[in-house]
Design a protein around this ligand. Structure first.
Ligand code: CA
Length: 226
């Protein structure tokens, strides 16, 4: 989930709650940065505060909807009812009224994702590989293959965009919060270039799931063929 919120304390609290619930979280503190991440194709759902510096939520949404159908949950204060209606008109999928609990946010997020993707996307089969997004498990020819959280996130990021080329930057944005948790298996101290981290994870995925699954497009990124 991409959290676009300028108030740092509340953005951090939301991000922390989502991380604890097992979600991937990317944060943006203003509308311009938020829009950039939202159109990158690297996030599954956007939480959008309406009152933002640089580019307000309504304008962000208007621009976003020209190129992207990513689900958007709008956050507004109770007094801003007109803003909320305007946001729904501009293509928001649902809204939350401040203050809200993480539980409430998760419930809304899941409802929106279900509506958008349908139940079928809970599991995805690509050749011999079966990905279960709900339980975050992967099987190869029906045998469970243990993946690290980071490996699963990279695989999920590519699988959800099956048939589409995904840049290293987009993958990195999707896994960003977990970068620091790479640990010894990742072979990086966290200062290594972004693209190296993604490449390392892709290599590990190929070793575990077969070399054909993820294709490299030199200089552009990766793709799982549909
Ligand atoms: Ca705000």
């Amino acid at each position: 989930m991409l959290v676009i919120e300028d108030e740092e304390a509340s953005r951090r609290a939301i991000a922390q709650g989502l991380l604890e619930a097992g979600c991937n979280v990317v944060e943006a503190a203003d509308g311009v940065a938020g829009l950039e991440l939202a159109v990158s194709g690297a996030v599954d759902v956007v939480l959008l505060d309406l009152r933002l510096p640089r580019l307000d939520g309504e304008h962000l949404l208007e621009k976003l909807r020209r190129t992207s159908a990513v689900p958007v949950l709008v956050v507004s204060a109770k007094r801003d009812e007109d803003d909320r209606i305007e946001a729904l008109n501009l293509g928001a999928d649902d809204y939350l009224v401040k203050p809200f609990t993480i539980r409430e946010l998760l419930a809304r997020m899941r409802a929106v994702l279900r509506r958008v993707e349908g139940e079928v996307t809970t599991t995805l089969r690509i050749g011999d590989v079966t990905i279960d997004f709900a339980s975050r498990t992967v099987a190869l020819a029906d045998a469970r293959v243990p993946l690290t959280a980071l490996e699963f996130d990279v695989l999920a990021c590519l699988a959800r965009r099956r048939g589409r080329l995904v840049s290293r930057e987009a993958i990195d944005a999707a896994i960003h919060p977990r970068q620091a948790m790479l640990g010894p298996e990742g072979g990086t101290d966290g200062h290594e270039a972004v693209s190296n981290v993604v490449d390392v994870i892709v290599l590990r995925l190929r070793k575990k799931l077969g070399h054909e699954l993820i294709q490299t497009r030199r200089g552009q990124g990766f793709i799982i063929d549909g």
